[in-house]
Design a protein around this ligand. Structure first.
Ligand code: PRT
Ligand code: ZN
Length: 282
């Protein structure tokens, strides 16, 4: 099965990382274009991100990892398999900071520079705004300053590029993150490999959002503590060497941890340890 990933850029490192975390080991081949694995039936194809949707739509690559912004902009016939949680960004409209902006109606009759004409025109149509789209391929943020456009539609992450170009973000029109896309007519043999890969990716993702928690508590407190800990099924309770005390083990979502910790302490928990989980199979 062929997986297309970005050869060099913002998506590359995390795309390779996800493969590594799935236990897939790559051969150090001589080719800069492809690399195959010696312990999983997969071959990586290194491409420019803009080309990935085309390769996947044509079935030259069976799956690919690309920003949703690029996948949707290309508008190809591809399957959206899975969001991957990295390279999060947004596509936003921005105007010079001196503009008194009240609503998206501001853009009626205006000129907007962007590298994302499709996503922008879908947005403008949905808002019934009649604006002129000026497509440029790079350095979109300088367009208003040189008189090329009244506003821009571009990728924003921290927002510092906009600020340093005297612009302000006024509308978020699309939210993006890295996604796995797939060829629509994938063979059943490759689909089986893909299912294995997805299973591994989900195990890694579940591991990342959960923590393993261990704590000690007097036996009288066990029932209450178990109510506070959601756990995978039910927490493990092991007797401690000290009479009348137990150790309780469970998994807890990282974002639930801080709100529950106070309750656990009040219920009598002591010596609380929270450790990372590498993989979690539900
Ligand atoms: O060479 P190739 O064509 O493969 O790469 P590329 O230069 O087209 O893409 P690359 O590597 O820059 O980005 C790949 C993907 O990363 C994008 O398609 C997005 O899905 C995602 N991504 C996440 C970003 C950003 N964050 C980002 N901040 N892509 C671009 N930016 C740029 C943006 O264009 C703007 O110039 O960063 C600037 C804004 O950043 P802030 O932090 O100043 O707001
Ligand atoms: Zn690109």
């Amino acid at each position: 099965m062929r997986l297309a990933i970005q050869s060099k850029g913002r998506l590359s490192e995390d795309s390779i990382q996800i493969i590594k975390e799935c236990g897939i080991k790559m051969n150090n081949g001589v080719s800069k274009l492809t690399s195959s694995s010696y312990n999983f039936p997969i071959e990586l194809l290194f491409l420019r991100d803009d080309d990935i949707p085309d390769y996947v739509a044509d079935g030259v690559a069976d799956i690919g990892i690309v920003g949703e912004n690029v996948a949707v902009e290309k508008g190809k016939n591809i399957d959206y398999i899975k969001k991957l949680g990295f390279s999060k960004c947004r596509l936003s409209l921005a105007v010079p900071k001196s503009v008194e902006y009240k609503s998206s109606k501001y853009f009626d009759g205006k000129k907007i520079a962007t590298s994302y004409p499709k996503i922008l025109s879908d947005y403008l149509n949905s808002e019934s705004i009649n604006a002129e789209i000026h497509e440029i391929s790079g350095s979109v943020e300088i367009a208003p300053g040189i008189g090329l456009a009244d506003g821009i539609c571009d990728i924003v992450s921290s927002g510092s590029t906009l600020i340093s170009n005297g612009l302000k973000e006024v509308e978020v029109i699309f939210k993006s993150e890295a996604v796995m896309i797939g060829y629509q007519d994938i063979s059943s043999a490759k689909k089986a490999i893909l299912d294995q890969l997805i299973f591994r990716i989900e195990s890694v993702q579940n591991g990342k959002i959960n923590k393993y928690i261990l704590l000690n508590a007097p036996n009288e407190a066990i029932d209450e503590i178990i109510k506070i800990l959601p756990g995978m099924k039910s927490p493990t309770v092991l007797p401690l060497a000290q009479e009348g005390w137990s150790s309780i083990h469970s998994a807890i979502k990282e974002d639930e941890f801080w709100e529950r910790i106070e309750k656990l302490k009040k219920a009598g928990a002591q010596g609380i340890l929270v450790v990372p989980i590498e993989k979690m199979i539900l």
